[in-house]
Design a protein around this ligand. Structure first.
Ligand code: FO1
Length: 310
């Protein structure tokens, strides 16, 4: 039985979808390839937000309301940073700091991000594979009407307000897929390769920008299925819809299908959105993920679609 599933994921929406899949599958048959374009150096520490969001989500530590960071976090570090006049626009919780300190210390010793991430995952009892898209730096930069902004300054400091006309990924041309990434995508026994309902422009494109990954997806044996992040003409969270407007794109599943077009074998769209010709086989479902049950429903619908495409 082909049972291995690969998910390209970033951000909160992607983590929810992976959690849904993780309830339906043996963890040993699930590989998450995670965006590193949000990664960010702050106070000399290497912060990997999309990796950390997924680790928190899969280990039951995530702050579900906030979307990022930990449940029950304390903030004495940030209070003291403020008391000393340090930058406080990017909030680093006391528990969250442990990841950044240990990750930074090991990176400085020459350990790879993928090895560090694998150790963190197993340390928290996470059995599925959590792979950074690359062990090299790929930095998402949004070109705005106020000039170029790195992702965290755009997303957090400026709360996504500046108008975006382009997104680029500095370092992508020199980056390599992390160990295991191409093997997972090219796995002939794979059942499905999912593009999670993440922000296509800010969370998935930085993964596709890593040389070799797009090509691997094009020649993959397994069906490639995207889950549309659009729900009822809006994006559930984050700047996806605003970005689509600023890029002059309609906020519809057709835009998502066109964005990934040559790679896609199927699309799971929300039932609230139009069935306009998508140019790819699709299924409609309720893809709004508020509860764990919702996450399982969406993951199950995605698996069914992939199985039917084989
Ligand atoms: N998002 C915010 O909106 N405000 C923050 O202060 C903030 C701090 C932060 C610290 C660590 C971390 O891993 C993520 C953090 N995020 C914060 C979320 C971050 O901007 C992510 O890039 C988004 O979740 C999008 O993926």
């Amino acid at each position: 039985m082909k049972d291995h599933v690969v998910v390209l994921t970033g951000g909160v929406g992607g983590a929810k979808f992976v959690l849904g899949l993780a309830q339906l599958m043996a963890p040993s048959s699930l590989t998450a390839i995670v965006n590193v374009g949000d990664d960010f150096r702050h106070f000399g520490l290497h912060v990997s937000p999309d990796i950390d969001t997924l680790l928190y989500t899969l280990s039951g530590k995530a702050n579900a309301v906030q979307g990022w960071g930990r449940e029950g976090e304390s903030w004495s570090f940030m209070q003291q940073v403020r008391s000393l006049g340090g930058e406080d626009w990017f909030a680093l919780g006391d528990g969250d700091l442990a990841l950044h300190v240990l990750r930074s210390e090991r990176l400085q010793r020459g350990h790879s991000l993928s090895r560090i991430t694998a150790d963190f995952a197993s340390g928290w009892g996470i059995k599925l594979s959590v792979l950074p898209a690359s062990d090299q730096l790929v930095s998402t930069v949004v070109e705005t009407d106020e000039g170029p902004l790195d992702f965290q300054h755009y997303f957090v400091a400026r709360r996504c307000e500046p108008r975006v006309h382009a997104v680029r990924f500095d370092g992508a041309d020199r980056a390599l897929p992390a160990p295991g990434v191409l093997e997972a995508i090219g796995n002939s026994k794979a059942r499905a390769i999912f593009i999670a309902p993440s922000n296509p422009y800010l969370s998935i494109d930085p993964i596709l920008a890593v040389p070799g990954i797009r090509e691997a997806l094009s020649s993959a044996h397994a069906p490639v299925v995207a889950i549309s992040p659009v729900v009822g003409g809006k994006a559930v969270k984050g700047p996806t819809a605003k970005l689509m407007m600023e890029l002059g794109l309609p906020i519809t599943p057709a835009t998502i299908a066109a964005h990934y077009a040559p790679l896609l074998d199927g699309l799971l769209k929300d039932e609230r959105d139009p069935d306009s010709p998508l140019g790819v086989p699709y299924v409609s479902a309720d893809t709004l993920m508020l509860s764990l049950h919702d996450r399982i429903r969406v993951a199950s619908a995605a698996l069914d679609l992939a199985d039917r495409l084989v």
